[in-house]
Design a protein around this ligand. Structure first.
Ligand code: G
Ligand code: G
Ligand code: G
Ligand code: MN
Ligand code: NA
Length: 254
């Protein structure tokens, strides 16, 4: 069977499952939200990491129904934890550029938010800086509609691409997620360590909230807090785990 056929089979069999990784405040370490990371629970190969199937899913366009199903699954499962979800809890999904070619995301985000009382959840869409969107009437209408709905937009892998101020304004960007390749240089006392300062300075000058990804050490966390980075994510605070485990272990007790 072709990879595309195998992905279609897996989609029908609902083998793509949500893992959640916490997003914490750099000030007090409080869990403010989570990023949803897709995993493939393959019947014979076990758990497959996304870098092994997301690129092919994007090429064939199957990533769109895969993401739609992931959003539905997360909405259904998470709504069962409503009593323990703090008000304003952030839930982030990774969205591929192919998903932004029409306006379907508007209805999908609306359906997601409809599972929760107004204001309880903040929906965040993460778009990678590696594949920047072109400003067309459709993409501008899409992101205007999302903005009107209160959906936040984050630029993922920030620092690896080349988003301009105009780009960030046109698409109503709210957050920049600093790529983990920069975070890993903190504390190495190398020339490349200083690149992270430039990325933070750029983000700060753009007036956007900053999230650091891939934080693995206390030294990195302290450095980032000192530089005014508000949100941290990484193995130091928690690995991506199945949704139910995340809710059991990381949501505040009633
Ligand atoms: O979860 P992990 O660390 O293995 O993620 C590897 C890559 O796969 C990251 O670039 C991440 O953004 C991407 N990824 C994970 N889940 C999704 C998803 O649901 N949709 C898309 N488009 N990318 C995802
Ligand atoms: O591209 P995106 O940022 O969506 O992907 C996040 C990826 O980084 C996921 O594959 C996730 O499992 C991984 N990740 C998350 N935290 C850490 C970390 O602290 N260290 C490393 N090496 N990878 C991480
Ligand atoms: O076990 P794990 O690698 O996910 O833990 C990483 C960090 O997250 C550790 O600093 C640990 O103290 C913290 N942590 C683990 N579980 C919880 C939890 O249920 N609540 C909080 N607040 N922190 C936790
Ligand atoms: Mn991401
Ligand atoms: Na990233």
């Amino acid at each position: 069977r072709s990879m595309e056929g195998e992905l279609k089979r897996a989609l029908r069999a609902r083998e793509f499952v949500p893992y959640l990784q916490p997003l914490v405040s750099s000030i007090d370490g409080k869990v403010l939200g989570a990023e949803v990371l897709m995993r493939w629970q393959h019947p014979s190969s076990g758990l497959v990491r996304p870098d092994l199937f997301i690129p092919q899913a994007e090429e064939s366009g199957i990533i769109v129904p895969m993401t739609q199903l992931l959003m539905q699954t997360v909405a259904q499962q998470l709504s069962q934890w409503q009593q323990r979800l703090p008000t304003g809890f952030h839930i982030g999904f990774n969205i591929s550029a192919v998903h932004c070619r029409d306006l379907s995301l508007l209805a999908e985000c609306r359906a997601f938010l409809d599972h929760f009382p107004p204001g309880q959840l903040v929906l965040v869409l993460e778009l990678t800086e590696r594949e920047l969107l072109v400003a067309t009437p459709t993409t501008l209408a899409l992101f205007k509609g999302l903005d009107d709905m209160g959906v936040l937009l984050a630029i993922d892998d920030f620092g690896t691409g080349h988003s301009s101020l105009l780009y960030l304004q046109q698409f109503h960007v709210d957050y920049l997620k600093i790529d983990q390749s920069f975070i890993s240089k903190i504390g190495t006392e190398s020339l490349s360590e200083h690149i992270v300062d430039n990325v933070i300075d750029l983000g700060t000058r753009l007036g956007l909230a900053l999230v650091a990804e891939g934080v693995e050490t206390q030294a990195q966390a302290e450095y980032l807090r000192g530089k005014g980075v508000d949100y941290l994510q990484g193995y130091l605070f928690g690995h991506p785990v199945p949704l139910r485990q995340f809710c059991n272990e990381r949501l505040p007790q009633e």
